[in-house]
Design a protein around this ligand. Structure first.
Ligand SMILES: [Zn+2]
Length: 385
C-alpha cells in the first residue's frame, strides 16, 4: 500500500514538473510572438500633401541654359535643390556656353543648385579628341562639376570614319570613363530612348512620348530601321558597365527601361553600381500602375535605394522661365501626391486613372533626398565655382 502511494506521488510530481515546463515554454513563445508582433505592427509612417513644402528634396535632372533664377526660386520655395545637367544636344547651347551659365548659377545660388558637365563628340574622329575631352573634364571637375552626362547622340547619331554607328562601349570612351571613376564623379547616361521610340506613334503608351516623337522624327526610331535597335542600345550600355564595374552610374530616364519595372529590376540586380533617375518617365510608372499597381508599389519598396527623383524641366533661350516654373511646380505637386497618397489620380500624360503608391516616409525620403546624396556624393559639398 505504501509502495503504491509512493509511486502515485512520484507520478504526480513528474506530471507537475512536465506541465510547469510546458507552461514556461508557452510563456516564452507568447513573449516571442508578442515581441515579433510588436515589431511588425509598429505603425508605418506616411507623409501627406501638406508635407510637400517642409520636406527637403532634390531634383537631379533639370537643364537651365540661361542665366535666369526663376526655376531655382520656384524649386527653393518648394524645398528642392537642383542639379542642372549640361547636354551635348544640337538644340542646346554649345557645351562650354552651357557650362559658363551653370557656373554663374552655382556661384549665385550655391545652396540651391549644382551642375553636371558633359562631353562633346563633335571631333570624335580627330586624333586629339580623347585628350581634348580628358582636358575638358579635368577643368570641369576643378570648377566643381559633380557628374558627367553622356547623351543619346552616342548610339543614335555619332558615326566613325567608316560610317558605322559609335556605341557607348566603344573603346575610345574607356579612358574617359576611367578618368570619371578615378575622380569619384558620377556618370549619368541617357543612352537610347524609351522603347516607345521604336513603335508607331499610335501604339506608344504615354502621351508625353507620342508628342515628343511626333515633334522629333529624327529620334523616332520606328521611322529609321537602319539605326541600331532598342536592344542594341541597351546591350552597348550593359557592356560598358561590364567593362567598368566600379563606375558610379545613374541611368537617366529610368535607364531607358521605363516600360517595365521587372526589366528595370533585372538590370539593377545585375549592376550594383547602377541607380536610375526618373526624369520625364514618372508617367511610365503611372501607366503601369493603371493595370498593376501592386507590382509598381513593390518595385519601389524593393529598389528604394536605387531610384532618384528627377523631372527634366528645361529653361532654354526660347523658353518663358515663368511658364516653365509654373508647370514644374504643378508637376512636382502631382508627383508628390503619386508617391505619398493612395488617392485615385488622373494626369495629363496617362489616359486612364490609377492610384497613388502611398510609399512609407522612409522610402519617400530616399527617393527624394538620401539617394541623391548617395549617388552624387558631392552634391551638397560647398561648390568650388
Ligand atoms: Zn534631360
Amino acid at each position: 500500500m505504501n509502495k503504491l502511494k509512493k509511486i502515485t506521488s512520484l507520478c504526480l510530481l513528474s506530471l507537475l514538473i512536465f506541465f510547469q515546463n510546458c507552461a514556461e515554454r508557452n510563456n516564452l513563445a507568447t513573449a516571442n510572438e508578442s515581441g515579433g508582433m510588436a515589431k511588425e505592427s509598429k505603425p508605418e509612417l506616411y507623409y501627406s500633401k501638406v508635407d510637400f513644402h517642409s520636406v527637403k528634396k532634390f531634383n537631379t535632372h533639370v537643364h537651365i541654359n540661361i542665366f535666369d533664377s526663376t526655376l531655382i526660386k520656384q524649386a527653393t520655395s518648394d524645398n528642392f535643390r537642383l542639379l542642372t545637367v549640361n547636354v551635348a544636344s544640337p538644340s542646346s547651347l554649345p557645351i562650354d556656353k552651357q557650362q559658363e551659365v551653370a557656373l554663374r548659377l552655382v556661384k549665385a545660388f550655391p545652396e540651391n543648385i549644382s551642375y553636371a558637365t558633359t562631353i562633346s563628340v563633335d571631333n570624335f574622329n580627330a586624333p586629339d579628341w580623347q585628350q581634348e575631352t580628358l582636358d575638358y573634364l579635368k577643368a570641369s571637375f576643378e570648377k566643381g562639376a559633380i557628374a558627367v552626362k553622356v547623351w543619346k547622340n552616342i548610339g543614335m547619331d555619332l558615326k566613325d570614319k567608316n560610317g558605322k554607328f559609335v556605341m557607348i562601349d566603344n573603346p575610345a570612351f574607356d579612358p574617359i570613363i576611367d578618368s570619371i571613376e578615378k575622380n569619384n564623379i558620377t556618370l549619368i547616361g541617357h543612352l537610347g530612348e524609351p522603347r516607345n521610340a521604336w513603335l508607331p506613334v499610335d501604339q506608344m503608351t504615354v502621351s508625353g512620348d507620342k508628342k515628343y516623337f511626333a515633334a522629333h522624327p529624327q529620334y523616332h526610331m520606328f521611322l529609321h530601321p537602319e539605326y541600331p535597335s532598342y536592344e542594341d542600345q541597351l546591350n552597348a550600355r550593359d557592356r560598358m558597365l561590364e567593362k567598368h564595374p566600379n563606375i558610379r552610374f545613374v541611368g537617366a530616364h529610368l535607364g531607358s527601361l521605363e516600360w517595365n519595372v521587372d526589366e528595370l529590376a533585372k538590370r539593377l540586380d545585375r549592376f550594383p553600381n547602377m541607380a536610375v533617375d526618373m526624369a520625364e518617365r514618372i508617367s511610365h510608372f503611372q501607366y503601369q500602375a493603371v493595370s498593376d499597381w501592386k507590382r509598381v508599389h513593390d518595385f519601389f519598396i524593393k529598389y528604394q535605394d536605387r531610384l532618384i527623383y528627377a523631372t527634366d524641366e528645361g529653361v532654354r533661350v526660347q523658353s518663358n522661365p515663368a511658364e516653365v516654373s509654373k508647370l514644374a511646380h504643378e508637376n512636382w505637386l502631382r508627383h508628390w501626391a503619386f508617391f505619398t497618397s493612395s488617392e485615385k489620380m488622373k494626369v495629363p500624360k496617362v489616359e486612364k486613372e490609377f492610384n497613388g503608391l502611398k510609399l512609407p516616409k522612409h522610402v519617400v525620403d530616399k527617393i527624394y533626398l538620401k539617394n541623391a546624396e548617395k549617388w552624387f556624393p558631392t552634391i551638397t559639398k560647398t561648390n568650388k565655382a
